[in-house]
Write a protein that binds this ligand. Sequence first.
Ligand code: PHE
Length: 448
Amino acid sequence: MATRGQFGSRLGFILAAAGSAVGLGNIWGFPTQAASNGGAAFLLVYLVLAFALAYPILMAELILGRHAHGNSVVALTRIAESSSTKAIGALTGLAGILVASSILSFYSLVSGWMLGFTASYPLEALGFTKEAAWLTDFSLSRNVILMTLFSAMTVGIVMGGVQEGIERWSRRLMPTLIVTLILLVGYVFSLDGAAEGLKVYLIPDISKIWSADLILSALGSAFFSLSLGVGTMLIYGSYISDEEYLPSIGAQVALIDVGIAVLAGFLILPAMYVAAARGVEIFDASGRLLSEDTLIFTVLPELFATLGVIGLIVATAFFFLMSVAALTSSISMLEVPVAFLTERFSWSRARAATTAGICIALLSGVIALNFESLFGFVIAASTRYGQPMLGLMLCIYTGWIWRRDSLLGELKKNDPDVASGLFWKIWPWYLRLVCPLVIGTILWRSLA
Ligand code: PHE
């Protein structure tokens, strides 16, 4: 077996893990869900769930991964002692690989659209109207070609390995993303109508907070946004050196992720109301917000169109931002099957990345061919149900199956006094009892 990769520095890891976490989920999913679920009420529930539920599970993944220095199947079988818990652990790991691949299959379709929109603005300005229209109009050929292009970029980076591929590109792309996002927020704030959007985003309608649908959406959003359940963070954790103190690294990743989602809300909600102030329709006949995908692919372009030359630059910057965010996430999804294939079957990275990449792209192709019936279905199955269920399994494995002394030993590697610290006093029982109970209840209510 080839020697395992490892992140070269703490910052490199944080940027890569934050790069995985920050994606379409933060810049598109979170703000549009907030917009259609009562703005500030959603923001509030999301923040509570992100820190109270998602962070503890993120820690479970990082610690499990670092302990095993291996993929999720290895990690979950290693901490189990009986043959049945080993078998269930292996199945959970495999299910994670499957769900990660399904997420990537719809994710690369959407990311392909982002690439298309990015290129369409400069092309349009140069007079290539027909080409620009092809890039933005919904068609099978556009969906498949752009998805293939995006998948090829993902495979290319993952083939480079942990330090030369994932870490290097995350170091380049994450700062680009943050700067672009801040510039865009600053610009949108200067436009008429932005204040209206800010109000919706920041003043909660308390009556909406207890809606079961809102809570389930916020939970799914928090899980998706932190890349949880499917073994992405586990595998990134397995590339962290034993010297690092995990609880604070995990907290930094969660803070960056939540911070960027919140920041993106400061862009999208005001932008919608700026659009409304300019006569663009953002509510349907019954006064409800237009559906989520419509927001980004129709409302924003209509807004950009009213801004003249500046609109052209802002639009290109916006879709470029989306593409960058998507790429640092997609590489982390592809890494899940790739790590498994290289470790389990001793495949070379190049072989594993191309094989997994091609299989997933074929799946995307199947979705593209049956868009109406499959697209929404795959998203709901993998993110609304798959991720929380796998998260639940991770809580059970880390909280109940893993022997306490072994878990403590892992944390002691870089902090001998960890047992007397706050993290060890709270996290283990919290993960054992509170997390499974809350996730279980929310899932049960949503299925019932
Ligand atoms: N966290 C990513 C986003 O917000 C999506 C993701 C999910 C990435 C699962 C990896 C694994 O877009």
